[in-house]
Design a protein around this ligand. Structure first.
Ligand SMILES: [Zn+2]
Ligand SMILES: [Zn+2]
Length: 339
């Protein structure tokens, strides 16, 4: 079969990949499409994963083969599937860290969503596969996994009704956060250096600003000079942590949803302590949030229209990566069609 194969750091191109064979409790999907995630872009560019490999984990596809009893799914079902499933039983799982579970990342789609077909392993069939209703498009359904990660972040960040939150970065993830924070009862400010993304953030309901000065002024006005209760960092790396710390209120929280450039936190231990700041982070999601995210999308409670700006076939994945890096594309959707 055809797949967009990662061959070396920065190199991904259409090639041949062995057709996966399914076993008991597994499914074979013919991929309809797959969202390009920032983490795929990092994997393709950084050389962190040994080549050859096929990425893509925001997948929608049609069931074309079923291995025995596979969770009631049947040939012809249109599914959205996610890649990692925890064991539910280990020390990490029992303490609310399912994405740190040692088996979480060993469970994976085979080979990945940037291929014509993929095998859905049994744990994913049971815990990370959802039948997409007719009313939900492939593109909207593909947001299940990224939205689940955002849901988990909002829970971990401890948002309270009446909070003023600041979302840094108004790409697709930032716009999902704007909506989830509203649902949690927060007033949402957003910032992005790109004017088009400021407009996008506004469309999804944020009071959005292109400069930190303008945002800071509005934040102080809204909070009697205290600063925002929560900063959600979706982009910018360590460079945004200093402005985040200067605009978060005493006792507030900075939540890191993305890694990025910079090894050190530009934050003094003294400020962290005397200002009683909380620094939290979220990596990935769990089956509970996947189910919750799927419901929100299926019921139209979270909107994703306008977030996918580019649709490309498998053969043009490299172009999608470049468009994402240049911040030309908000979100790229790669269709299963190789041409
Ligand atoms: Zn992702
Ligand atoms: Zn576990």
């Amino acid at each position: 079969m055809k797949a967009a194969v990662y061959r070396a750091p920065g190199q991904v191109a259409l090639g041949e990949w062995p057709m996966p064979a399914i076993g008991a409790g597994e499914l074979l999907l013919k991929v309809r499409g797959c969202g390009l995630c920032g983490s795929d872009v990092v994997k393709i560019r950084s050389g962190r994963v040994a080549p050859p490999a096929v990425f893509g984990h925001e997948v929608v596809g049609d069931v074309v083969a079923v291995g025995g009893d596979a969770g009631g799914f049947a040939v012809g079902d249109r599914l959205v599937v996610a890649h990692h499933v925890p064991c539910f039983a280990c020390h990490y799982c029992r303490r609310g860290s399912p994405s740190m579970c040692r088996s979480f990342k060993t469970v994976n789609l085979d080979p990945g969503g940037f291929a014509e077909y993929l095998r859905v392993p049994a744990p994913n069939v049971r815990h990370a596969a959802f039948k997409v209703p007719k009313t939900l498009s492939d593109e909207a359904a593909s947001f299940t996994e990224p939205l689940a990660c955002c849901l988990r972040a909002v829970k971990r960040a401890g948002v309270l009704g009446g909070d003023v939150a600041w979302v840094i970065g108004l790409g697709s993830v930032g716009c999902l956060f704007v909506q989830l924070l509203h649902r949690a009862g927060a007033r949402v400010l957003g910032s992005d250096p790109l004017a088009a993304r400021v407009a996008l953030g506004q469309k999804f309901g944020a009071e959005a600003f292109q400069t930190l000065e303008a945002l800071g002024e509005r934040a102080r006005e809204l909070t009697d000079g205290r600063g925002v209760d929560l900063v959600l960092v979706t982009a910018g790396g360590a460079s945004v942590l200093r402005p985040a710390a200067s605009l978060v209120r005493d006792g507030g929280t900075i939540h890191c949803f993305a890694g990025g450039e910079g090894e050190e936190l530009p934050l003094s231990l003294d400020a962290l302590y005397h200002r009683e700041l909380t620094l939290t982070a979220t990596y990935s999601s769990s089956p509970a949030e996947l189910a919750e995210a799927f419901e929100l999308l299926a019921r139209g409670r979270v909107q994703v229209d306008g977030l996918i700006t580019h649709r490309l076939p498998l053969s043009r994945l490299a172009e999608g990566v470049a468009l994402t890096v240049e911040r030309e594309a908000v979100k790229v959707f790669v269709t299963g069609d190789p041409r």
